[in-house]
Design a protein around this ligand. Sequence first.
Ligand code: GLU
Length: 445
Amino acid sequence: MTLVEPLYAEILRRNRGEHEFHQAVREVLETLDPVLERRPELVDARIIERLCEPERQLIFRVPWMDDSGDIHVNRGFRVEFSSVLGPYKGGLRFHPSVNLGIVKFLGFEQIFKNALTGMPIGGGKGGSDFDPKGRSDAEIMRFCQSFMTELHRHIGEYTDVPAGDIGVGGREIGYLFGQYRRITNRHESGVLTGKGVTWGGSQARTEATGYGCVLFTAEMLRSRGESLDGQTVAVSGSGNVAIYAIEKAQQLGATVVTCSDSDGYVVDEKGIDLDLLKEIKEVRRGRIAEYAERRGAHARFVPGTGVWDVRCDAALPCATQNELTEEDARTLVRNGVKAVAEGANMPTTPEAVRVFQEAAVAFAPGKAANAGGVATSALEMQQNASRDSWTFAYTEERLAQIMRHIHDSCYTTAERYGAPGNYVVGANIAGFEMVADAMLAQGLI
Ligand code: GLU
């Protein structure tokens, strides 16, 4: 990171305390020296300085009333990072940990992830420090309505297209879309993605992030002459990404033995019973401790964060940032893990990534491995723009093609830059070059 070291120091100085943003920027910058050495015009045009400064950052008040009449005030965010390849695109996260640094890390990642999909979408992210846990449907609706009452003036199908992320799923997108429609008096389906399939949503969008992550893992294994069939897989998380990663891994013949939530993890030696997990998580919005109680003697619930102690051939971190530490990585390597793919955004700490790379484990960063979600959002936008709706099979095939394309462009870019098999280098450089070339072409903006 010689060429970019002074730039990084300046980013630290100007964005104090935003640790996750620093981490995300550093992780990209430290792979870019070979491109900048070959292409001095990118240095002269100050591409990195421009890319690391969001085009626009919005912070707003979100007041709402709970069921007992008490008033709460949350903070809303939308960071519109880059629109050079298309309208800002990225999810909304509702979680008490959300702050500007978290939204900027997610928005920054989103620029490169979205570029890698090959679809015409820019990068952005938003959310709130609102905690949906334990809130009634009516409270969630009032919060979403208040959030959209402010956000609506900043978004639009050609401007900025939010979607879900942690704490924002189909229910929340419904309430957000309803309020947007009411305020603007427009049924503008392309303004949000992740909608219900009867009112402009896409088939396979719900499944897409988890499915895509497993398809990417299968591609990595294929390039090493292996497959997922018959392998043991460990998954963390039990939200949308985890559930559909488990589903696709099972379809490809793997046995998935774990899932987790913030209380602990489940180990199920016979393989996760997905109907039971979906019933607990998607229908009842419950906790996974209940899964072990209802599943029988071969499943157990273990409190705490030890999910990576469970032996597996492939590990799919699908919970949240920095959940897989250096120590976890050492345990996984000791237990013979062959592939790790990030279903969540930046779940692996930089030290843990290094452990995997030194052990020659196939490691896929989130901006490549979890891009299937946003790619299918772009397919949803495409269907909305043409007032069409595609079948599940067709949409899933498009997703599979996109994941293969992302895999191959990361793979060949890594080779081209002298780092064969290094998907971090491949994803960062392939995404960066696409964005940088478009920025050069469009002038000093
Ligand atoms: N939140 C998802 C992500 O991290 C999806 C965003 C979208 O569909 O716009 O990529």
